[in-house]
Design a protein around this ligand. Sequence first.
Ligand code: UDX
Length: 435
Amino acid sequence: MRIVMVGSGYVGLVSGACMADFGHNVTCVDKSVDKIDALNAGKVPIYEPGLETIIDHNRAAGRLHFSKELAGPVADADVIFIAVGTPARRGDGHADLSYVYAATREIAAAVTHFTVLVTKSTVPVGTGDEIERICREEFPEKDIVVVSNPEFLREGAAIIDFKRPDRIVIGTEEPRAIEIMREVYRPLYLNEAPLFFCERRTSELIKYAANAFLAMKISFINEMADLCEMLGTDVQKLAKGIGMDKRIGDKFLHAGPGYGGSCFPKDTLALVKTAQDHNSSLRLIETTVAINENRKRAMGRKVIAACDGSVRGKKIALLGLTFKPNTDDMRDAPSISIIQALQDGGADVHAYDPEGMDAARQLLGDVTYGNDAYEIADAADAIVLVTEWDEFRALDFRRLKLCMKTPILVDLRNIYPASEVKRHGFVYFSIGKKA
Ligand code: UDX
């Protein structure tokens, strides 16, 4: 199959590379000349475990190509995916669809034969209808079927998520498109991934509802964590105890500093806006968003409380900055609000992150960066574990205690047993447990 992926950002690149790995012939297109030049020179612009190897392998096999030019590849394609960005629109939180519609017009102009046009970008309900209207009214001579096929990749685990998905959601009722989409995903039958076909608008909503539900689970457990702290109970045991009930499930019940990233914050907001526009209320999701916003800054206050109520003039060392491990993505990372709260309180903030420091430098002012956990912990008044990178899971507490000014650890991801940390003479604070 000849596939074109329009937009070589996170979703486009991972999906395109994995489809090439399944044996399809894939061209990833992007308007950014720098990005395409870098990819053609063998440089991968994002950090995602395993992606570089797959890209190298499939470029060498002649199945994966990168192009600045859209018309040529589109003219030959059987199926074209739109994977351009849909950022939150400045001011109102609606998804900005201008890139999606611009791509649609460019693609439709270049199509030469029956083509399936698929939205992979996360788009609000009705976007497929609008794409179809543009194609029908502005390019009436073209034979294009518009399909929705949302992506559920997690950063840091994107390759495995693409190759072993729980389900593949495909929104179309058009028999010719159903056949083509089955062919695109045929290699996944081997992995027994169910293809779930539904009407296009439902497929668009499934993506938002899935992300909103997961975000709600996180906000739920984070509020329970606060209650546990008041009651002197243990949120990790609580999560385990409820999660063993299959109706609840044990995933996405890790209490922490709040969710961040490129999807949950943006998609929850966009869903709330969609509901408002349709005179419907989604109070659970509105509250989920509010809880998460408050929580990020509250984590800064938690650190201040752990430092006897003041961080003025104190050196605070942050381990991890990205919104989760195994990514260099800083979008809506809780660390941003935590650092702001600490700096407002007069702290001297030092930080180290294995992959996120380049992105962090663009976003954060007055932070001193170090090369590892021990360098930033030197003479620190407290260390704060913000992101659970593997390299922070077995810290040498003896070494840390020797170099720190006061041995305080605030573990916002609950990765350490209190007894182990305290054994080394640390004052230990975690989430959702008695201090
Ligand atoms: C998410 C969805 O999982 C994915 O299906 C969708 O396509 C895109 O959005 P991603 O943003 O990459 O993926 O990360 P995810 O692993 O879902 O984590 C999101 C945030 O929630 C992170 O900040 C993470 O730390 C936080 N989180 C996650 C928790 O605080 N607790 C949990 O139990 C799980």
